[in-house]
Design a protein around this ligand. Structure first.
Ligand SMILES: Cc1cc2nc3c(=O)[nH]c(=O)nc-3n(C[C@H](O)[C@H](O)[C@H](O)COP(=O)(O)OP(=O)(O)OC[C@H]3O[C@@H](n4cnc5c(N)ncnc54)[C@H](O)[C@@H]3O)c2cc1C
Length: 443
């Protein structure tokens, strides 16, 4: 029998030992699994402890990687929950279909995309991934349940964005979206301040299906919030040439980078060069979907550049009425701390309601930044940011979180008690025990 071993999440800050249980078939029953607390684990792209179960077992779902049915006329796809978004693109794009919503990496499983009800650059038009889930099967202690937005609707709402805690999703049926091309017509606009960002964004949301901004997290004063606004639409033709669909990263980071590599000086140099790399204010081009949606996927294991201490991603959402002031205040605090890295993203969420009880996206703006783990200093900064997010009625994204307090979790997700009624009793995660002050996993 396999022994418990360390399995990390993407941030590599929290270390957990758990019994790996690879799954190969979807007719699995919980009775046949080890008598310990259980949690599904897809591609481990969660930054914090949402995909970890310290002291328990992890059900490794990548063996559930079969396509079950695909109708190329309607774009309805049924597949096992361990299928990755990259595999879906490879099947569907040459046939004229694309993911209705995609996060910033394609190395995410369908089960993971449901459990965090993920969002992408088209949130203002499409809402979250869960809105396109037509059905799924959930394996629980009391058997198998098929859920749709109408059938077993409570369990559907609890499972979408339900952090993997309502049971094991074995297969799901998703409505893909028709596209005319694998090519994206992209527009990149350089902006000098946060006010310019909001003005551009308001205009672009009507014109573009995809919008997002890169922000220089170290800029201060009049340049605070400067960056590049990236928008795009699928190009109108060219299906015959879907472009290269990259199954693997182009390069890999071969070792953990030394601590000194990412410091305020090198990051400031990088950010300044990146900001000025575009000389014109607006640049228009066509690009393959791959670098447009997944620029980070070009470099495998890029998380290693943060060294052995790992990284945190801080992602918050703030409501529309106060988003301008709160995003400004957050950026002032972050710039003052000189801790931000070069990965900083700002986007507005639209009004389309997320289908999950615990889904993170909500109307307003979302800011996400990566930070090298510098222990207490980083934590102290996050405490200050958390207080601002809490005060304005915002929330932190569980998929990125490794440290929010139980009190704040309850404030950010007021439906948590209703959600807790749908928990699968044999399932738990390190995240859930942390934010509910519960005891360790039953090993
Ligand atoms: C570079 C990068 C960019 C990202 N960009 C975005 C973004 O733009 N938007 C966004 O929303 N997120 C983003 N994320 C976060 C990522 O989309 C989510 O964390 C996603 O859930 C990861 O899926 P996974 O397959 O790796 O699942 P894991 O990380 O392994 O698990 C995530 C959760 O899914 C549950 N789960 C997995 N499979 C199943 C199953 N079969 N049944 C039940 N539960 C299951 C797990 O228990 C866990 O709770 C990004 C992450 C990275 C690393």
């Amino acid at each position: 029998m396999t022994a418990a071993r360390r399995i990390d999440s993407w941030g590599r800050v929290l270390h957990a030992r758990q019994l790996p249980v690879p799954l190969a078939w979807r007719d699995v029953s919980l009775e046949a699994l080890p008598d310990s607390s259980l949690l599904a684990h897809g591609l481990g792209r969660t930054y914090g402890d949402g995909c970890l179960n310290d002291g328990g077992a992890l059900l490794l779902t990548r063996g559930l990687d079969r396509f079950i049915a695909f109708d190329s006329k309607t774009g309805i796809l049924r597949c096992e929950a361990g299928v990755s978004l990259e595999e879906i693109i490879r099947l569907a794009l040459p046939r004229g279909w694309f993911l209705p919503v995609t996060p910033g990496t394609k190395y995410v499983t369908v089960g993971g995309a449901i459990a965090n009800d993920v969002h992408g650059k088209n949130h203002h038009r499409a809402g979250t991934f869960g809105r396109f889930v037509r059905a799924f099967e959930l394996v629980r202690s009391d058997g198998r349940v098929e859920c749709t937005p109408e059938k077993n609707a409570d369990l559907f709402r609890a499972t979408v964005g339900g952090l993997g805690l309502t049971g094991l999703v074995t297969w799901a049926e998703i409505q893909l979206k028709p596209v005319t091309s694998a090519i994206v017509e992209q527009e990149v606009t350089k902006f000098r301040s946060l006010d310019e960002f909001f003005a551009l964004n308001q205009e672009a949301d009507h014109k573009f299906e995809y919008t997002v901004a890169w922000i220089d997290g170290l800029a201060t004063g009049r340049s605070l919030g400067r960056g590049h606004f990236i928008s795009g639409n699928h190009a109108p033709a060219d299906l015959a040439h879907p472009g290269k669909i990259r199954a693997k990263p182009l390069l890999r980071v071969p070792f953990d980078a030394p601590k000194w590599l990412l410091n305020p000086v090198t990051i400031r140099l990088f950010n300044t060069a990146y900001y000025h790399r575009q000389l014109r204010r607006v640049s228009r081009s066509t690009t393959s979907f791959d670098p447009f949606f997944y620029p980070l996927d070009l470099v495998g294991e890029w998380n290693r550049i943060y060294g052995t201490g790992g990284l945190f991603q801080y992602q918050c959402a703030v409501p529309p009425q106060s988003m301008r002031e709160v995003i400004r205040a957050l950026l002032v605090e972050i710039a003052r701390s000189r801790q931000a890295s070069f990965l900083a993203v700002l986007k507005t969420f639209g009004d389309l309601k997320s289908p999950g009880l615990m889904s993170f996206p909500r109307p307003g703006a979302t800011l996400s930044l990566d930070f090298a783990n510098r222990g207490e200093v980083t934590n102290a900064l996050f405490e200050r940011l958390d207080a601002m997010v809490e005060e304005c009625g915002g929330a932190l994204y569980p998929a990125k979180d490794a440290r929010m307090s139980p009190a704040r979790f309850r404030r950010f997700f007021p439906a948590w008690e209703e959600f807790a009624r749908h928990l699968e009793p044999r399932f738990s995660s390190s995240f859930w025990r942390r934010v509910t002050d519960a005891k360790g996993a039953r090993a």
